[in-house]
Ligand binder design. Structure first.
Ligand SMILES: NC(=O)c1ccc[n+]([C@@H]2O[C@H](COP(=O)([O-])OP(=O)(O)OC[C@H]3O[C@@H](n4cnc5c(N)ncnc54)[C@H](O)[C@@H]3O)[C@@H](O)[C@H]2O)c1
Length: 354
């Protein structure tokens, strides 16, 4: 079967999903919606060269009702994630929802509960789990040849206030936060996945010198993971040298992960480049996980809501893709960073995962 996919939102990341779909046999894009008509029609024209084509809409609800897709990929601004995900779920459409899952934990719970009640599969687009360098690092960590995992330091610098950035990213009410919510949530996701542990508590300081909008332009956070491992997340959105590096320290060596670029290993001497395991493109792998989740009849690992594992699965390990409680946790950790900045205290993170 070829799953019929509709894309909601025709901005920057929608194009990555459409590129992935264009090369897949298991799924095909049938429609795209954007408030800005030219964006939807340009994407439909660019990626709709196949026999059936892609239809363009300005009203995503009309698109979902008319096209009745199997899957909707929601690539809207953060404040619209809840509304769009709930609409698709209630219409019986499986959902791949871009990160961060929603603006707060209550919204995440509402979306998770709706998917459970309606019996559709839901997955959040945690791209970090699908990037080749990250997956090779995860394999090396899990093999254990570097000894005991000791700590993780994650550093990202990216000019956040550039002219081309859509305005909604700079408004806290619409984006849920600034660089920490948008990019720091990737770091939290990466760290908790690599370390195999939720975050227990957070101490963080943010700054607000961007001069545009009302979001933070930098943040530094100390994360205490539930398995005892400490991690730091440092994000700067001010001008400077772009960098995205995660150093993972073990008792017998270190990994230096440049996500999307390279992976380096040291067993006591200089860093040496690691050959990256061959794989499909990240956005293809991500969608294949959602399809596997659909075919397993799984919602997405809903233990966070009702205290029990997804009834359709024999074990949580069998769930394709990141569990929803992991997605909810990433939001909870970023919000704990903001709370810690305001309180000046270390803040507990209540919504963990097993
Ligand atoms: N996984 C990743 O690596 C990754 C990378 C970039 C962005 N993202 C996420 O993807 C989402 C979108 O980010 P983006 O960079 O593409 O943003 P964007 O602003 O470029 O795109 C959003 C699009 O939604 C459209 N839109 C707004 N309201 C709408 C509505 N009611 N109906 C239809 N269309 C509407 C806008 O016109 C815009 O074209 C965010 O959640 C972001 O965090 C994820």
């Amino acid at each position: 079967m070829t799953y019929r996919v509709a894309v909601i939102g025709g901005g920057a990341i929608a194009e990555d999903h459409l590129i992935a779909l264009a090369g897949m046999e298991q799924a095909a894009a049938v429609a795209v919606a954007d408030l800005v008509e030219e964006r939807a029609s340009a994407l439909a024209a660019r990626y709709g060269g196949g026999s059936s084509g892609i239809s363009a809409y300005t009203d995503y609800k009309e698109m979902i009702e008319r096209e009745k897709p199997d899957i909707a990929i929601v690539t809207l601004p953060h404040f619209l994630h809840r509304e769009a995900a709930l609409f698709c779920i209630e219409t019986g459409v499986h959902v791949l929802l871009e990160k961060p899952m929603a603006l707060d934990v209550d919204q995440c719970d509402e979306i998770i509960a709706a998917a459970q009640q309606r019996g559709v599969s839901l997955m959040v687009g945690h791209t970090q789990h699908y990037i080749a360098e990250n997956r090779t690092a995860k394999r090396i960590i899990d093999e254990g040849s570097l000894g005991t995992l000791v700590m993780i330091n994650d550093v990202r610098n990216l000019y956040y206030f550039r002219e081309q950035r859509p305005a909604w990213f700079l408004q806290k009410a619409l984006a849920g936060g600034g660089i920490m919510m948008n990019l720091g949530s990737h770091s939290v996701d990466k760290i908790t996945w690599l370390a195999g542990s939720a975050v227990r508590s957070v101490k963080a300081v943010t700054s607000h010198y961007g001069g545009k909008g009302d979001i933070e332009g930098s943040g530094m956070a100390f994360l205490h993971l539930a398995n005892g491992i400490p991690a730091t997340v440092s994000q700067s959105g001010y001008k400077g040298f772009s960098r995205n590096e995660t150093e993972i320290v073990f008792t017998e060596g270190m990994l230096r992960l440049e996500t999307g670029k390279a992976l380096w290993i040291s067993r006591g001497g200089e860093y040496e480049r690691v050959e990256i395991d061959p794989q499909e493109a990240p956005f293809v792998l991500q969608l294949l996980d959602l399809i596997a989740r659909i075919e397993a009849g799984a919602n997405g690992g809903l233990s966070a809501v009702d205290g029990s594992a997804d009834a359709s699965l024999s074990s949580a390990d069998a769930l394709p893709g990141p569990p929803l409680e992991h997605s909810r946790h990433a939001v909870a950790v970023v919000l704990a960073m903001y709370a810690s900045h305001l309180s000046g205290q270390e803040e507990a993170v209540e919504h963990g995962f097993a």
